[in-house]
Design a protein around this ligand. Structure first.
Ligand code: FE2
Ligand code: FE2
Length: 169
């Protein structure tokens, strides 16, 4: 890895190591360990980040790689709060993400853009959003799920249109 690339990921590594991120991610892993439907693991966060980065490369979008990975790492960080208290996790994630990103050196403009993308990640209309970060997060979040290989697929309440019944590429 080039030095510049290593530096550009520093803020992502700060999120990864942030005490609140670690605490909520671990609580979430524990809370979902017996869940048969989609879980919200580090694999999911990184699948989403990698797909988003592929979309940005395919479309020549000029979005910083660390902004993409920040959105991917944080978009479901409020899932534990949803399980424990009932807060919709897009709202909880956006609120929690703000404090973490402030601690990790993101600018106010970047924080707002990432919060907007997180708030849109459960809204179907985000797929056609003019804001690329929002559109890529929605699309990657759905396309990252391998419904075709999931034993719980028949019982899952995702619509047929939303389910990935074939390998998506
Ligand atoms: Fe989510
Ligand atoms: Fe997700």
């Amino acid at each position: 890895m080039k030095n510049t690339e290593a530096r550009s990921m520093d803020r992502v590594h700060r999120i990864q190591a942030h005490p609140l991120f670690q605490e909520l991610w671990k609580k979430l892993q524990d809370a979902e360990k017996d869940r048969i439907f989609c879980r919200h693991t580090m694999e999911h966060f990184l699948d989403v980040g990698r797909l988003m980065y592929i979309y940005s490369l395919e479309n020549g979008a000029e979005i910083r790689k660390d902004v993409i990975y920040a959105a991917a790492l944080l978009h479901d960080i409020g899932r534990y709060e949803q399980i424990a208290e009932g807060t919709p996790h897009d709202i909880a994630s956006a609120r929690i993400a703000e404090g973490i990103m402030k601690d990790c050196g993101f600018t106010l403009e970047e924080i707002q853009a990432i919060q907007n993308a997180i708030l849109g990640h459960r809204k179907k209309e985000s797929l056609t959003s003019e804001d690329s970060l929002t559109a890529y997060l929605y699309r990657a979040d759905k396309k990252s799920r391998n419904c075709f290989a999931c034993p719980a697929e028949p019982a899952c309440d995702w619509s047929v249109e939303k389910k990935n019944l074939w390998i998506e590429y």
